[in-house]
Design a protein around this ligand. Structure first.
Ligand SMILES: [Zn+2]
Length: 83
């Protein structure tokens, strides 16, 4: 079963669960979540299932985990911090 990562669209409104992003295991046939199961805030899928391989969203998620809030692609393989 693939693992998906979801995060609140508006981090200000998210609860401790979705404002940090959370992982959930879903069947490929399941509908994607649109609301946080804990607080009901709107969420979006951040990370593709790992079995699809390395993706841009994966990069984005890794960057966020490393402390960047939002990143802009400036060149191939290079990212810069946005405020
Ligand atoms: Zn939440």
């Amino acid at each position: 079963m693939p693992v998906y990562v979801y995060e609140a669209k508006d981090l200000e409104k998210g609860c401790p669960k979705c404002s940090k992003g959370f992982e959930t295991v879903q069947s490929i046939k399941d509908e994607h979540l649109t609301k946080c199961p804990a607080c009901g805030a709107e969420i979006y899928r951040v990370l593709q299932p790992s079995w699809l391989g390395f993706s841009k969203t994966d990069l984005h998620y890794r960057a966020k985990r490393a402390g960047f809030h939002s990143m802009k692609r400036i060149a191939k393989g290079e990212y810069e911090k946005m405020y």
